[in-house]
Write a protein that binds this ligand. Structure first.
Ligand code: SF4
Ligand code: SF4
Length: 184
């Protein structure tokens, strides 16, 4: 996608919001594309990481917040280590997920908000994953059918615990404090 030549939108609120929440300066991006070239998930994204940055610079708020990309990003930090301007791109992606969730816009990936809610809700309480919660998620999202047989097999092999285990304590609580970078 070539965004060169487009007029910069005066509404830069998304850029400012990202800076306020993460401290990252999107305006420092000069489109070298190193982030996109090294991203292991670039083949599945609808807009590449460098394009996300360009859209933010142009003030295309909805385009960014409804993209698949922000949800497909696996926070592997490859891009952040490659950026010549030391922009923590993975942190920006995380911030965008947060803003997208708060904004109430439809997420670019089907069922991703539901998954986000289930997964982070569970981690917030237990500090660990627990398979039955994902079965409930699959039930709500549709598509549990194909997994029932596999789930039962695993259960009878003793691979799925009946009760969740708890881990985390104060450290976990701290992760969920506003501005500390975990779930909201
Ligand atoms: S952190 Fe996200 S955007 Fe960056 S390289 Fe990894 S998957 Fe791609
Ligand atoms: S690596 Fe950094 S400067 Fe280069 S396009 Fe990506 S965000 Fe912009």
């Amino acid at each position: 996608m070539d965004l060169k030549g487009q007029a910069i939108n005066k509404d830069m609120s998304l850029q400012s919001e990202i800076f306020q929440m993460s401290g990252e300066k999107i305006q420092n991006c000069y489109q070298c594309q190193k982030c996109s070239a090294g991203c292991p998930l670039n083949f599945a994204m609808d807009i590449l990481p460098n394009q996300v940055f360009r859209h933010i610079q142009y003030g295309h708020r909805d385009k960014v917040l409804t993209s698949k990309t922000i949800w497909l990003c696996a926070s592997c930090h490859t891009c952040s280590t490659r950026c010549p301007n030391s922009i923590d791109i993975a942190k920006v992606m995380d911030t965008l997920r947060e803003i997208s969730t708060r904004s109430g816009l439809a997420a670019g990936e089907k069922n991703i908000s539901l998954f986000h809610k289930f997964f982070l809700g569970l981690i917030k309480i237990t500090g660990r994953t627990w398979e039955p919660v994902f079965a409930i998620y699959k039930m709500k999202a549709g598509g549990l059918g194909g997994m029932i047989g596999f789930g039962l097999k695993q259960f009878f092999k003793g691979k799925i615990p009946i009760f969740p285990t708890f881990k985390g304590g104060k450290e976990l609580k701290r992760l969920f404090e506003p501005g500390k970078g975990a779930a909201r």
